[in-house]
Design a protein around this ligand. Structure first.
Ligand SMILES: [Zn+2]
Length: 300
């Protein structure tokens, strides 16, 4: 862990790489480390380059035990190796009285950077945090996606992700940033995400002179995270709307073609929204989602 301190003020943890194959966040933490020098005016920043060093070494999303650590929070003190590992992270962050956690993830090489707002569950400790979570995510200057609706959010155990558990079990604010490819570094994606983190730190009064936000990718919203349409046929995915592109209900987002280039399926927008990312593998099996989109959040 790297610590930057500048007297009284908020304590913010910037965490990366709980998914061990997501190398982008490690570089983002290092870039934030560099940017904080000369810009920090208050508070304490705790930088964690990796929360899953064994996964980083093995280049796997999961912990060597086979579990996705980001669905196990707050962990178990005397549980399995992965549960103990997660519990150690949890206890460490809470013992440091963090006011905010920025958790860094990566989506795909064919993605715009975006911020995720967790669901503040109606029966959780974080109920009432929603407006603050929205403000923090907006401060990134990136496209903001609200998480899946509450039923899906729970079904996917997202309340047991690091950010989800902090919000819903400890009433600690958290924002997730998804930036860039997983296994290799795109210098532009690293710079964009580091700038987004600095703008969040500026929003809470810790830094001055954060890099300006990029021009808005998608001016409307609010958007809610949704899986892109699933292909009904196996084939090669050819995008029609690029990441960052907005679309209307009924628009063709992409086509699935066979080896001769003949269209075997077309993916049609179920409603208006914005393309966030296309999958890292272009050969899609029947039934798989082609990527991630944001749709207009009618449950606001
Ligand atoms: Zn991740």
């Amino acid at each position: 862990m790297i610590v930057h301190a500048a007297g009284s003020g908020p304590t913010v943890a910037i965490t990366a790489n709980i998914h061990g194959d997501e190398a982008t966040g490690v570089a983002v933490v290092q870039e934030v480390d560099r940017l904080l020098t000369d810009r920090q005016v208050r508070g304490m920043a705790l930088l964690y380059p990796t929360l899953n060093p064994a996964g980083l070494t093995a280049r796997t999303r999961v912990h060597p035990s086979g579990h996705d650590l980001n669905r196990l929070f707050p962990g178990v003190r005397k549980g399995s190796p992965s549960e103990r590992h997660v519990h150690g992270i949890w206890e460490d962050l809470l013992a440091r009285n963090v006011d905010l956690v920025v958790d860094l993830h990566a989506d795909s090489g064919r993605s715009v950077p975006y911020a995720i707002v967790d669901r503040a569950l109606s029966n959780g400790k974080g109920r009432g945090l929603a407006p603050r979570l929205e403000q923090l995510a907006a401060a990134t200057g990136l496209i903001v996606l609200r998480e899946y609706p509450e039923d899906q959010y729970l079904r996917y155990s997202l309340d047991r992700s690091l950010a989800g558990a902090l919000v819903n079990r400890a009433s600690v604010a958290a924002v997730t940033i998804e930036a860039g490819p997983r296994r290799w570094l795109d210098p532009n994606a690293v710079e964009l995400a580091a700038g987004a983190v600095l703008r969040v730190l500026q929003h809470v009064g810790m830094v001055e002179g954060a890099p300006p936000a990029p021009v808005a990718f998608a001016p409307c919203g609010p958007w809610r995270r949704e899986a892109a349409p699933r292909t009904r046929r196996t084939g090669l995915f050819r995008e029609v709307v690029p990441p960052g592109g907005v679309f209307a209900k009924g628009d063709v987002l992409g086509r699935v073609v066979d080896l001769e280039g003949e269209e075997v399926d077309r993916l049609v927008a179920p409603r208006a929204g914005v393309v966030i990312s296309w999958a890292e593998t272009a050969w899609l099996a029947a039934g798989s989602a082609a990527g991630t989109i944001g749709v207009e959040d009618d449950r606001a």
